[in-house]
Write a protein that binds this ligand. Sequence first.
Ligand code: GLA
Length: 386
Amino acid sequence: MRNDLANVPPMGWNSWNTFFDTYDESLIMEMADILVSEGYRDCGYQYLILDDCWLEKDRDPSGRLVPSRSRFSNGIEPVIRYIHDKGLKFGIYACCGVRTCAGYPGSFEHENQDALLFAKWGVDYLKYDNCHRPSSLGSELLYRRMSLALRNSGRDILLAACQWGTEDVRKWIRSTGAHTYRSTIDIRDSWNSIKSITEERLMDLEDGSTGCFNDMDMLVAGMYGQGSNPETTSEGCSFEEYQTHFALWAMLNSPLIIGCDLRHLDPSVKALLQNRDLIAINQDPEARTCYKLTCPCSPDAFTLVRPLAGGDYAVGIFNFAENEQQAGFPFWDLGLSARNNQRLHFYDCLSHQDLGTFTECFSAKVPAHGCRIYRVSLVPQLSVNQ
Ligand code: GLA
């Protein structure tokens, strides 16, 4: 068995944000085609995940889950084979209660049976939701149950706990064996939703790293108010806001799970989702957490700093204010001595350009709801006395 299922945050595409209950096998296979032909897979987006609504409303007489006959005319296994043949991995959705959030059969008291079925089908990733639980049972026990079942299913299956942050989930989720976990309510396609999920996440920055990542929910970048999901669709965001959203998820170690319709994607958003400099931060092998610096002159702006493997730092300056801000930080806040004029080299991860070297401090004009993201390295000194 492999044990590297979550050394770095998982990346992929999920049906929920845009398609709700309106997908079928041909749409899913089309998404698989696009993930490969348009370069997403090669950037790291490897999981294609079916969210809720893939089932018939009842189990079969022997208690097995039955894939929707209208969505999957030949069953689900040919679709999974198709996805695997493309070099992708397949994810599916289930729920720890008696019903899924959308009312399909849940896995409560069927955990082992369902895990074995998923393993037999070739499932690689299970999103495990938290609806319709018997009120006497806490979710901790139920996540342990599914984790145990998956770990004994004979297949490596990543467990993505969708727990929404109730019951102090941060304190116990890692010990259940889950590889990722949601700690906030569902995202919507709006700046307010992105902002409030981020603010909650910033309250516990040390949380979520290798082995069990904090999942800030699926990406809404590129939806622009479109989609058939009434729970996610909203007024949409500007490109600047989607860029900030993606950069925050990258900096904060969140899984990068695309949620928009890849068939009709604005080229600038496609370039954003495929920004290899931002993806490299998210997928950094050390998977360290960030620390936060406040901006004394701009209270609604802040800087996130994250040490990367090899010695570089990822630095993101974010502006949550309603107008442009000049925001930045003095280098002693990163640990540099104020006495010896050490220089830092800045590479801009949004424009992909070297900006040169700076001493003492750095600041930039950041538009409202915008960000600036840099890979920063210490310029070697020629001698210790310099
Ligand atoms: C919950 C989850 C969502 C989605 C829906 C499906 O709300 O948090 O991400 O999976 O259920 O019904």
